[in-house]
Design a protein around this ligand. Structure first.
Ligand code: 5AD
Ligand code: SF4
Length: 462
């Protein structure tokens, strides 16, 4: 019988990219990918446990799949919930037969053999990987923009965060294998690379070269054929000035930095064990403000952390005004298993968290609306990603990671997709930009226009 698989992904870009690697591995093992659960012999859920809501999603899916399992479908729970809950998943959803965390994906072919042999309780839960999951069988979905993992795991211990438990300790790839992969991506037509890691700034080449993150970033930006390099996520504690110097020196490095602050109050930052003060965070913002190209700064905010007073919360609102972020992701604090903040008293009621998150979002919307209006009339270089037939509009992304919808004289389908072109911003809303394409011909082969002004909204799959 033909083996087919359906895979659904929850969570961050690391998970999206893990799915690409798992998909490549499955295809290499003789599986065919299908679009629906009905067609699949194997169903994979690549899960996220960053907040309770994300975790509940997979259990809802599993609740509805019991009947399918009775018909012989194999169900696999992989990723962060798998690592966190482990064997308990078999108790909660007895029709699941594979539970594996991301540190075990290198053993996937072996686990598939065990499944094939009829084993109904296959697990991959050890943190035995000493290296990042480096597979040649990656199936990337986007033909122009590629994710590239440089470091896995996290050695920080933020008191609210499950990631150190679900992804294990930090493992950096060698710079040689990263550069090699970047070259292979360029050879197969990719022009944009997004370097991935829970904390890319603490990258340290395990080989004798001993490169740090800024050196690696610069080197990837110099791979012939690569025009844009992004990176996520940065931890303020490890975000050093040489990263800005690298962006200044190399126009292929996108002028966008996602630097999650979490809170504007040093007292709350201490309780979160973030290892920096508000002042130290602002020092990094100053470096970016003094950069040669205007750098788009985006952030993550948590509201309602245990003990967050009205004054602490005001400090976060003040910080939004002070930094003037391009965009933010905001979250209500969600208590997570194993984390240190579970034992903190003074939990904030959910209604209060809701009030605070709404205030944060309202404040940010006003900031963005003002910023966006100030962009009308400027010219952006965009990488064209899609054509929306119904609207007769193209969609592209700026170096600062802003998407912009635009019209162009030669609206004839897919000709421009994957190319770079100049677009004049003609309209702005709180979270969108619109414009008109300027170049008659795509700007293939030209370097990024370093003087283009723009703003960014980072896209995270959550
Ligand atoms: N509750 C709410 N938000 C969280 N994040 C991480 N852990 C939690 C939690 N327990 C947020 C942080 C992080 C982003 C990826 O998710 O803001 O930067
Ligand atoms: Fe979710 Fe964090 Fe795992 Fe990404 S690393 S999938 S955000 S829990």
């Amino acid at each position: 019988m033909e083996k087919t698989f359906y895979i659904e992904t929850f969570g961050c870009q690391m998970n999206v990219h893990d799915t690409e690697k798992v998909t490549g591995t499955l295809v290499q093992q003789g599986f065919r990918q299908v679009d629906t659960i009905e067609e699949a012999s194997h169903v994979f859920y690549n899960t996220c446990s960053i907040r309770d809501k994300a975790e509940q999603k997979v259990f809802n899916r599993l609740q509805h799949s019991k009947r399918d399992a009775a018909k012989g479908k194999v169900f696999a729970v992989i990723g962060c919930v798998a690592q966190q809950e482990g064997q308990k998943i078999f108790d909660r959803a007895p029709h699941v037969s594979l539970v594996a965390g991301s540190a075990s994906y290198a053993r996937l072919p072996e686990m598939l053999v065990q499944l094939e042999a009829g084993n109904k309780r296959v697990t991959g839960l050890a943190f035995d990987a000493t290296e990042a999951f480096d597979t040649p069988f990656t199936r990337r979905d986007n033909p122009h923009r590629a994710y590239l993992t440089i470091i896995e795991g996290c050695d920080k211990a933020c008191s609210y965060c499950v990631v150190p438990f679900t992804r294990g300790p930090e493992r950096s790839r060698t710079s040689a294998s990263v550069i090699d992969e970047a070259k292979r991506l360029a050879d197969s037509g990719y022009t944009e690379i997004q370097l991935l890691g829970q904390n890319v700034n603490s990258y340290r080449d395990p080989s004798r070269d001993s490169w740090d993150f800024a050196t690696l970033l610069d080197a990837v930006g110099r791979v012939p054929g690569i025009r844009r390099v992004r990176f996520t996520t940065s931890h303020p504690r490890d975000f050093h000035k040489p990263i800005i110097d690298a962006i200044d020196a190399n126009p292929n490095l996108c002028n966008h930095v996602h630097l999650p602050v979490q809170s504007g109050s040093t007292k709350v930052l201490d309780a979160m064990r973030r290892l920096y003060t508000r002042e130290q965070y602002m020092e990094r913002i100053e470096w970016m403000r003094n950069a040669k190209r205007p750098i788009a700064i985006t952030s993550d905010i948590i509201v309602g952390f245990p003990g967050e007073t009205e004054d602490d919360f005001q400090a976060t609102l003040d910080l939004l005004e002070e930094v003037q972020y391009e965009s933010i992701f905001s979250f209500k604090y969600s208590p997570r298993p194993n984390t240190a903040s579970l034992t903190l008293g003074d939990q904030i009621p959910d209604e209060e968290k809701t009030r605070r998150i709404m205030m944060v979002q309202e404040r940010q919307r006003a900031i963005q609306a003002k910023r966006n209006v100030s962009l009308v009339g400027t010219i952006e270089e965009v990488n064209v990603e899609a054509y929306h037939e119904a609207a007769g509009q193209w969609m592209g992304r700026t170096s600062r990671n802003r998407t912009i919808n635009f019209r162009h004289a030669n609206d004839d389908g897919s000709r421009l997709i994957g190319t770079y072109m100049h677009v004049r911003v003609t309209g702005a809303g709180p979270s969108s930009l619109s414009g008109e394409g300027l170049s008659e011909q795509p700007l293939l082969g030209e370097s990024v226009a370093p003087d283009a002004e723009g703003i960014s909204s980072s896209a995270r799959v959550m």
